[in-house]
Design a protein around this ligand. Structure first.
Ligand SMILES: [Zn+2]
Length: 332
């Protein structure tokens, strides 16, 4: 059984903090990225943190978030059994809109951790909502991640940059009062497509948050969202300040699109009828002598190309985060 709950996940993050490495937390919505990740992580002997957002759950469930979450969780658990590393599943950016699903995820043990995102609410309300989910998960072997500060999205207008950063003093009180196991902080990264060279990473804030928490006996793992565009040097730098979970979604979305694009562009002539040939897939082009090439249009072929590319990127990112050869299962 390679799928683990909160106890092992907490240990994995603790080891990461102690050993100055981190885990990429990798978003999935379908199986090609999942399989590529499982392969890459196994090859590097790194434990694997996967996550599912409400949108991904909705997509995987053909419009039904709960069905999608159950389906992805079972897929992760069943496929995960075949790979020699520890596998964890996190709910990413679940909000008060998804309380019913959070409750079922806990009772059915579909996940190892849950991020409750109430960062849009005011400070007290954020504490109250986070604390409610912490209570719901009590005794369930599921960790709770909360977020303090706001992480800008690509579409947002910047009014005052400082308004988005996490306040180190608030962080201490927030963790104490909410009981959160992990804390996502805002230090200048952005969700979506943001170039690392344009990101001003406030490592001073991460450093302060981390130090204040440690001084107060609240050494919770810190999380950074919106890290897809960060440069390897920025990743290495931020890990020094207690960050041990780095969320990645956009990067895989891009790599998926590129793998599919490159594959189809190089196989156009065996899939798309040439000029002058009637476009009649009905009857498999019976009106002409032209025939599409089955071994090229089989979805498993492009799927394998996507998996292979994701595997390569996953290994590159594992090397940046430093999580190779630390698996709680595979050993060194
Ligand atoms: Zn996020």
């Amino acid at each position: 059984m390679a799928f683990y709950g909160g106890k092992e996940l907490r240990e994995a993050y603790r080891s990461a903090q102690a050993g100055s490495y981190a885990f990429m937390a990798n978003n999935i919505a379908e199986q090609n990225i999942l399989i590529g990740l499982l392969q890459g992580y196994s090859e590097r002997k790194s434990d694997l943190v996967l996550q599912v957002s409400p949108g991904a759950a909705k997509f995987a469930g053909a419009g039904d978030k709960l069905a999608g979450l159950r389906s992805l969780s079972h897929q992760v658990q069943i496929l995960g059994d075949r790979f020699p590393v520890g596998i964890f599943l996190n709910l990413d950016h679940f909000t008060t809109k998804e309380m019913d699903i959070i409750e079922i995820a806990i009772s059915e043990r579909l996940v190892s951790s849950i991020m409750i995102d109430a960062s849009k609410e005011d400070y007290d309300k954020n504490i109250e909502i986070t604390n409610k989910v912490v209570d719901m998960a009590a005794g369930s072997d599921i960790l709770i991640e909360a977020e303090l500060g706001k992480i800008k999205g690509v579409e947002d207008e910047v009014v005052s940059l400082d308004a988005f950063y996490t306040d180190p003093d608030e962080a201490v009180e927030f963790v104490k009062k909410s009981g959160a196991d992990l804390l996502a902080i805002s230090v200048g990264t952005q969700h979506g497509v943001s170039k690392g060279k344009d990101v001003v990473l406030r490592t001073d804030i991460a450093d302060k948050v981390h130090k204040r928490l440690v001084e107060n006996g609240l050494d919770v793992p810190l999380v950074l969202h919106g890290t897809s565009g960060l440069l390897a040097s920025q990743i290495r730098e931020i890990i020094r300040y207690g960050i041990c979970k780095l969320n990645k979604d956009t990067r895989y979305q891009y790599e998926y699109a590129r793998a599919a694009h490159d594959y189809y562009v190089s196989h156009t002539s065996s899939i798309v009828p040439p000029a002058g040939v009637p476009d009649d897939a009905n009857g498999l082009f019976s009106k002409s002598d032209w025939t599409p090439v089955k071994k090229d249009f089989d979805p498993r072929v492009v799927g394998r190309a996507i998996q292979e590319r994701i595997k390569r990127v996953a290994m590159e990112l594992i090397d940046q985060a430093g999580s190779a050869n630390h698996s709680i299962v595979g050993g060194k």
